[in-house]
Design a protein around this ligand. Structure first.
Ligand code: ADP
Ligand code: 5GP
Length: 201
């Protein structure tokens, strides 16, 4: 119901997608650490198991399958999707609360979810993070060491489909040099109205 009126909310929404291993999480960390940006990262719900070091409520809300379906059925998720054998979704309430206060919210989500968000929020900023060459994805995923072979394979299959949808986004950033990509991303967010931490102090 809030979705019809979402455009009246004073805040700014940014959606970041890209194939697994392209560097989204690394870049989002850079954004959140930047003194030029004042933004909140939406914490998603997922049925995936936590990776070593991931914390419930910080990286994700790690929930069981039934709990996830309950959230979905009660209308608590802004968008949701199945990805490589697990469910992921964005809790709607914190997003609205931040946008209502005029803040900037970042959603780091896969393509199906981003397309759902775009139906309700066409004026959000949509950014697709890609790699210069497909094989870099496998290399980065293997270096990251968080998924087994089968899971890497599922992610690479999905990556081809996701890259075919890159044209649905406002901007495609090729994450070759990490520092350069982070700078370009931060500039895009500042232009979208998410600047401000340094001047807040
Ligand atoms: P995603 O969140 O898109 O799945 P990550 O941010 O976890 O991807 O990055 C995947 C791996 O690639 C990580 O080990 C990360 O340190 C590394 N990485 C990120 N950006 C680059 C880059 N520009 N060049 C080389 N490696 C990178
Ligand atoms: P990972 O398991 O690597 O953390 O995430 C797998 C994929 O799910 C990534 O593309 C990530 O952006 C996406 N994802 C994370 N949270 C959400 C969410 O709430 N909704 C959707 N649609 N995708 C998500």
């Amino acid at each position: 119901m809030w979705m019809e009126g979402w455009g009246d909310l004073p805040g700014h929404l940014v959606v970041i997608s890209g194939p697994s291993g392209s560097g989204k999480s690394t870049l989002v960390r850079r954004i959140l650490e930047s003194n030029d940006i004042h933004a909140t990262l939406s914490v998603s719900a997922t049925t995936r198991a936590p990776r070593p070091g991931e914390e419930h409520g910080k990286n994700y809300f790690f929930v069981g399958h039934d709990e996830f379906l309950g959230m979905r059925d009660r209308g608590e998720l802004f968008e949701f999707a199945e990805f490589a054998g697990n469910c992921y979704g964005t809790p709607i309430r914190p997003v609205i609360e931040t946008l209502r206060k005029g803040g900037c919210v970042i959603l780091e989500i896969e393509v199906q979810g981003a397309l759902q968000v775009r139906e309700h929020a066409p004026s959000a900023l949509y950014i697709f993070i890609d790699v210069p060459r497909f094989w870099e994805l496998e290399k980065r995923l293997r270096n990251r060491g968080t998924e087994d072979d089968a899971a890497i394979h599922r992610r690479l299959v999905r990556a081809r489909w996701e890259r075919d949808h890159a044209h649905c986004y406002d901007t495609i950033l090729i994450n070759d040099d990490l520092d350069q990509t982070a700078t370009r991303l931060i500039n895009l967010l500042v232009q979208h109205g998410c600047g401000g931490k340094a001047s807040d102090a």
